[in-house]
Design a protein around this ligand. Structure first.
Ligand SMILES: [Zn+2]
Length: 214
């Protein structure tokens, strides 16, 4: 029994192998004005009821920048003469599978060009898109420049990192750095000044600081 099975299995495997074969459909896709259809998907579609075609439905290939594409199918001998639809940008072209033509071809492929009835999409779409990109880039660059300028100062760097420096004033009497809102109190408490004089002195120090900053 075993002596019979093995050759039988080999025959079945061999015939399966012989039946399926790679079938290449190459072509160029062009618009009505003959410009290439670049970087678009060519899909296999089927006419309703052509059940043998369904296995190929959805098989796709993308066109290159010159409009060239190559679809690769695994076909059986039974699918000779089968009609499939090549769909591109909503338009269909019928391709009839021709296995003998494929076998006899030099480059191991059959040709099927797709000439669309539609014209290429208006380039205005690209222009508009380009403008948005340019605008975005300009805004981005100006933000970078502004940030960069701020980062050249130490205070700018601190603010960039989230620090908000509290303003400090130098006490004119003891030269200690005191927070601005505490200087009046400091003068009164530490240096026994009258509140009015302390206020005036603080005002003087603040004005001096402002003129230094400008
Ligand atoms: Zn002081």
């Amino acid at each position: 029994m075993r002596r019979v099975l093995l050759p039988l299995l080999l025959i079945v495997l061999f015939s399966l192998n012989a039946q399926a074969e790679t079938y290449r459909i190459s072509g160029k896709a062009t618009y009505a004005d003959n410009t290439p259809v670049a970087l678009e998907y060519v899909y296999v579609e089927c006419e309703p009821g052509i059940i043998d075609c369904y296995q190929y439905r959805g098989t796709n290939a993308i066109t290159d920048t010159y409009g060239y594409f190559t679809l690769i199918l695994d076909v059986d001998a039974e699918e000779d003469d089968l009609d499939i639809q090549l769909s591109l940008r909503g338009e269909n072209v019928t391709h009839t599978i021709d296995i003998s033509k494929h076998q006899n071809s030099n480059e191991n492929q059959v040709y099927q060009n797709i000439q669309l009835e539609q014209n290429p999409p208006p380039s205005g779409v690209f222009m508009g898109f380009g403008c948005v990109i340019v605008l975005f880039t300009l805004v981005f660059i100006s933000v970078i420049l502004r940030t960069g300028r701020r980062l050249t100062t130490k205070q700018g760097r601190m603010e960039f990192m989230g620090y908000k420096q509290a303003k400090q004033l130098q006490c004119p009497t003891c030269n200690e750095m005191i927070l601005q809102h505490q200087l009046v109190m400091h003068l009164i408490v530490e240096h026994d000044m009258e509140p009015e004089d302390a206020g005036k002195l603080t005002g003087t120090v603040m004005r001096r600081t402002w003129s230094e900053e400008e």
